[in-house]
Structure formats: C-alpha cells, structure tokens
Design a protein around this ligand. Structure first.
Ligand SMILES: [Zn+2]
Length: 145
C-alpha cells in the first residue's frame, strides 16, 4: 500500500522492492533490518540492505545501495527511499546523510516509509543535512552545484 503526503505517493513497485530488500537484511545483532532504494539520474534503481558483522562495523542500507550505484558507474541520484522494521521513522544516520549528499542535489528527495511502505516523511537533501560539507568544499565538481 502507498500513502500520500499532500500529492506525494510512493509507487507500489517501489514499496515492494523496499520490503523485499529490507527482508534480505543481515541484522543478527541489532535485529533492526533496513532497506534502501536509490533512483539514479539514469532512472536505474539500486537497492541495498544493512549488513552487520560481529565487530559491529556493519554497512547501512543506504550505504549499501549507494555502493551499488557507484559501482555501476553512476554518480548522481534523483531520489532515495528508506524502509525500517517498524512504524517509527527510520531516517538515514548521520554517516549516511553525508554519503547521500555526495551524490545528491539540494532538491534530491529522501522519503522514509514505515514497515508496510506508508510514506511517513519526505525531506530534501538540504533539509536532511543543512549547511553541509561536500565535494565542492574540496574544489571538486558536485551534483550539489
Ligand atoms: Zn546509516
């Protein structure tokens, strides 16, 4: 099911992809499975789940999806979707906000849905990480310019 925030909805196929990848998470330590789906500039979708390891330096779902996108040779993203295990907001952690920012524009939308795929909140990149530090601070071209 998808739910609207104003006129915004999450397409059913994206909800299904989010639930599928979230359910593939490897989260035996936190028992907090998370899924992320990124739509790149080309329109391709990249999904990722959190992958934990015994020394606790696991990989977040968003980082996993971003790694898939970058590994495919893409450098710009249009949209990000995140799903957690419950009804509460499962927003990207601080580290993931910075990782998303690397490939985002200020208007890139990040949508967070509940466990069933109902849209809870929608943020722009600027709202999620205001006054951020990015590639252009180091003299590099960025999608944020
Ligand atoms: Zn994270």
């Amino acid at each position: 099911m998808s739910e609207a925030i104003g006129q915004d909805t999450v397409p059913q196929d994206i909800v299904e992809a989010l639930i599928t990848v979230r359910d593939r998470a490897y989260a035996p330590y936190s028992n907090h499975p998370v899924g992320a789906l990124i739509v790149s500039e080309s329109g391709t979708r990249y999904a990722g789940a959190n992958v934990e390891v015994a020394h606790y330096k696991g990989l977040c779902a968003e980082a996993s999806a971003l790694a898939a996108m970058a590994s495919a040779g893409e450098r710009e993203l249009r949209e990000v979707y995140v799903i957690g295990p419950g009804e509460h907001l499962c927003t990207p952690c601080g580290d993931c906000r910075q990782r998303i920012r690397e490939f985002a524009s200020p208007q890139t939308l990040i949508r967070v849905v509940d466990a069933q795929g109902t849209l809870l909140r929608r943020y722009t990149m600027d709202e999620l990480l205001p006054d951020s530090f990015g590639p252009e601070n180091l003299g590099r071209d960025s999608a944020m310019e």
